[in-house]
Design a protein around this ligand. Structure first.
Ligand SMILES: [Mg+2]
Length: 230
């Protein structure tokens, strides 16, 4: 049986946190650096959490060294605050996601994982609130690399440790809501299924030529048909 490794992004793909993530990151930045930088208006979509922290603080005039000195502190502060303050009612699940994950997890030809710009601690909390963590035995996170383009190879290596199977690029499907998800899939010659449930429109995602493109995942059978035949 031909198996596929299917790697899901979190924000904009599985769920939205409706402003709570940004509010909590601002609180962490203020507590540690005394400034929120450009965090109130900066685009977070498809970016690694560490990259976001550097970008918003550089906009406030801090240099790399000043940011790096307190990076571990701000990361831990952000994750702690998120675990305390982000609540189930802050989470909006994207259309069709529970049904899609339930159907995929029941298939012997599918291995599920995460590929996300979240730190593991914050990403796992976002998924714990709507009880989705059990679908994802492993993942590649912002703790693992600074650039999203390095995550597909790391996720494939973790899948090998878990399953004993080395997934070739064409056996990997990366599912995300931004051009950054589409671009990172190319680093291992994986297929990307893009979904316009985040901040990117279907038209703007289409310009980056994903292998497949959906407005949302409400049609479970159709989405699975694409995943297994791509
Ligand atoms: Mg996303």
């Amino acid at each position: 049986m031909e198996k596929k490794l299917v790697l899901f992004d979190i924000d904009g793909t599985l769920l939205l946190t409706n402003g709570s993530n940004r509010r909590i990151l601002i609180d962490a930045l203020m507590a540690v650096y005394g400034t929120e930088g450009s965090a109130r208006s900066h685009s977070f979509a498809g970016k690694m959490d560490s990259v976001i922290i550097y970008e918003v603080l550089k906009a406030a005039g801090l240099d790399e060294k000043q940011i790096a000195e307190k990076f571990t502190v701000v990361k831990n502060t952000y994750i702690d605050l998120l675990k305390q303050q982000m609540l189930p009612e802050d989470i909006e699940l994207m259309k069709g996601i529970p049904e899609l994950l339930q159907a995929l997890s029941g298939r012997k030809d599918i291995v599920l994982g995460l590929l996300t710009g979240n730190f593991e601690g914050s990403g796992r909390h976002k998924l714990a609130l709507p009880k989705l963590n059990h679908f994802f035995p492993f993942g590649a996170f912002a703790d693992d690399a600074y650039h999203r383009n390095d995550l597909p190879a790391i996720a494939a290596e973790r899948a090998y440790s878990l399953t004993g199977k080395r997934f070739k690029g064409e056996e990997v499907v990366i599912i995300g809501d931004t051009e950054h998800d589409i671009k990172c899939a190319r680093t291992i010659n994986a297929k990307c299924i893009a979904v316009a449930t985040g901040t990117y429109s279907a038209e703007s995602l289409g310009a980056h030529s994903p292998a497949a493109l959906f407005d949302d995942f409400s049609d479970t059978e159709n989405v699975i048909g694409h995943i297994v035949t791509l």
